[in-house]
Write a protein that binds this ligand. Structure first.
Ligand code: URA
Length: 157
């Protein structure tokens, strides 16, 4: 459902649980989760300091991309989580989370790196860590780190 600190200043939102997450009932504990942990630590946080949730609360068959109907059905739970945690900054990881939270059909390649807002909360869309692992280039790594630097800067304001 979600994991982390109820007092988190940063909330990371992914897509949906994968096989490992489904087994353990905890978001981002598989390979993409290890990458996300590294990103969180590079930002100067521990995993327990932030809050991590997914857009979908259960795993789509064969790990396929969630349908808009699935996102619409699970989305209200995510929005309640945001209300409860009330983070200072939201980081959306990948297209489904970014599109849903920002209420747009624009893809992540065009969205990433630019601030949006959700209910007055600054939202930084960035690439999903699984995408980063599949496309592990200097360019994609630099882009994600540049997005996270903007988040650190926003939090220190
Ligand atoms: N990918 C996601 O979007 N969320 C997870 O929890 C794991 C992989």
């Amino acid at each position: 459902f979600g994991t982390g600190s109820p007092d988190a200043s940063v909330m990371f939102i992914g897509e949906a649980p994968g096989t490992e997450e489904d087994k353990q009932g905890v978001p981002f504990v598989g390979a993409a989760g290890k990458k996300l942990d590294q990103i969180i630590e590079a930002m100067g946080f521990r995993r327990a300091d932030v809050y991590i949730a997914n857009t979908l609360k259960s795993r789509p068959p064969d790990n396929r991309t969630p349908t808009p109907e699935e996102v619409a059905r699970c989305g209200p739970y995510l929005k309640s989580q945001i209300d409860i945690i009330a983070p200072s900054v939201i980081v959306t990881l990948g297209s489904p989370a970014s599109k849903y939270i920002l209420g747009t059909t624009t893809g992540i390649t065009r969205l990433r790196g630019a601030w949006g807002t959700y209910e007055g909360i600054p939202v930084m869309p960035t690439y999903h860590p699984a995408y980063l692992l599949r496309n592990y280039t200097t360019e994609t790594r630099t882009q994600v780190w540049s997005d996270m630097k903007q988040v650190i800067e926003k939090l220190s304001l």
